[in-house]
Each structure stands twice: as C-alpha cells, then as structure tokens.
Design a protein. Sequence first.
Length: 71
Amino acid sequence: MAKKFPIKPAHPGRICWGCDRYCPADAMQCGNGSLATPHPSELFGDDWMDWGPDARPAPQADDPAPGPPEA
C-alpha cells in the first residue's frame, strides 16, 4: 500500500518524491546517483492542488449546499 502523499510538506527540498520511499535528497536508495525528483509545490507553487486535471471547483457563495433530494 502506498504512503499518503503530503500536500504541503514543511521542507520539500530535503526529500526525493520520485517513489514511495521518500529518501533524503542526498542519500537516495533508488536514484542511482541521479537528481532528486522535486515535489509538485516546488515546480508549480503552493497552489498546485487548486488547478490541473484533478482540481475541484470551489463552491460559489450563491450555490445551495447539497441536501436531501426534494420529493
């Protein structure tokens, strides 16, 4: 089972995000001497979950809250 992916890690540059091991960036077990994979927040900014294919639209103020269906 895969580990839960952190949305906003405190220090994303310290970890390689390329697999489920989350190794330290300077001691990767599977990287074979390559560069560490950056966290999406390092590439796209802190709002990376607010846009893209998996983004969910924010509810509008005038939208009614979902409730039971009317009969």
